[in-house]
Design a binder for this molecule. Sequence first.
Ligand code: ADP
Ligand code: MG
Length: 251
Amino acid sequence: MRLEVEHLSRSFGAVKAVSDVSFGLAAGRMLALIGPNGAGKSTCFQCINGQLRPDAGRVALEGRDITHASVASRARLGMGRTFQIAQVAASLTVRQHMALALAARDPAVWRSVTGRAQREALEQADAWLARFGLAGQAERLCAELPYPELKRVELASALALRPRVLLMDEPTAGMTRADRRALMALVRQEVEASGLAVLFTEHSMDVVFGFADAVLVLVRGRVIASGTPQEVAADPAVRAAYLGTAAETAA
Ligand code: ADP
Ligand code: MG
């Protein structure tokens, strides 16, 4: 297993945000974590990526216990996540942002600030942008990009670090159906090309049914069902607790 989560729990005061959550995620798989607002999805993510300490439980990456590892060492060990560019690098051009993301993986790229090395770094950035349908946007400021393109820059930047496991909390929030499917198709392409494993939270059932290999349903901090999207959608407990008509319209 790329990622193993065992008996993970985290409370905030009297609120048991995550309660005894266990699952495994293998290479080349996409796992969707779904559930109503407040179910504990983001808390679960933050316990896995190191932003929050779990009260109990264990997280392992490629068999190595990382429960108490820092965010930085998790990243070095192959755990990636998407960041919202709007918050950190809006004043960079798309090409600069991409080049920086690539340099974070390979700082040697920037050791020579002159001539050839820098030119190669920018060429590499342009090749990545082309792969993500962003060739025409290279000179634009991140702050000026339309939202769907910005989400693609965020994805490309996260993948530039070549993670083995990618965590995405609500990657398609606020996107149209066509845009969110285009974004997730790029993720899927990477999963198939490199064996990347992806854990993501998602509210849109068309994305869950279109892209997830497996689904975990979280309600009030607990896993109430898991399986293929079809299995989970047919589960009476899931229908009662959460999916209801949403599953019917997406199926
Ligand atoms: P989801 O992402 O599924 O919407 P969250 O993980 O954000 O759910 O929240 C789960 C529960 O934990 C909610 O009841 C929420 O109010 C609570 N919670 C989340 N983060 C905090 C925090 N930092 N302090 C206090 N309560 C929190
Ligand atoms: Mg959340």
